[in-house]
Design a protein around this ligand. Sequence first.
Ligand code: ADP
Ligand code: MG
Length: 225
Amino acid sequence: MSKSLVEVRGVHKSFRTGDHKVRVLQGVDLSVEVQESLAIIGPSGSGKSTLLNLIGTLDQPDQGTIVIDGKNLSMMAGDELADFRNRRIGFVFQSHHLLPHLTVLENVLVPLLARASRVENEALERAGKLLRRVGLEAREDQLPGRLSGGERQRVAVVRALIHQPRLLLADEPTGALDRASAAEVTRLLTELNREHGTTLIVVTHSEELARRMDRVVAMEDGVLV
Ligand SMILES: Nc1ncnc2c1ncn2[C@@H]1O[C@H](COP(=O)(O)OP(=O)(O)O)[C@@H](O)[C@H]1O
Ligand SMILES: [Mg+2]
């Protein structure tokens, strides 16, 4: 039995724009252990987000296989895939994507409403606990517009964790933040990885953030080195 949570084997991905084909991933292999934290670095346009989106089941490879938590992604589709993504994988992006007309607490609960028409008490308690954990318990009834950039990103992290996913994917999570907020979000991601045992894959340009991960890999010419 392998202890890998994520197994990427021989993955290729190209994009076609007009009659032009861009080969972005050219045979990517990657294993990520349960509870590990991994940084993916590399120049802009090297395919880091493309790889993260494939691991996050938001897109499919042209070739190769991706297995997450023992499930081969190419064997799932439709509702099964959506349900898998919703329960097992949390996403944090550079931009927080909070809904401006919903409060902090409501934003955190949004992923739960994808599966049920009402939120269970247990999930509400978890939301409260996570918001306390990130120091935002006093802000839960406020709209995101009232928060700082760092606070909004902390809310986005809580939202990503509301289903207690086994895998957290973060694409440049500190890319839009000032130094102090970036340091705060970096610390938070590192601590949550340890406390909850959530496997973490983070794409980043920040040396600060990369250094805090268990392992760093670099994307170069469509492969990981
Ligand atoms: N949906 C898409 N359609 C066409 N080209 C894309 C698409 N997504 C990414 N690309 C191209 O793939 C390359 C890698 O992009 P990306 O994975 O976003 O790189 P990175 O995250 O490392 O900056 C870029 O040349 C980009 O323009
Ligand atoms: Mg990117």
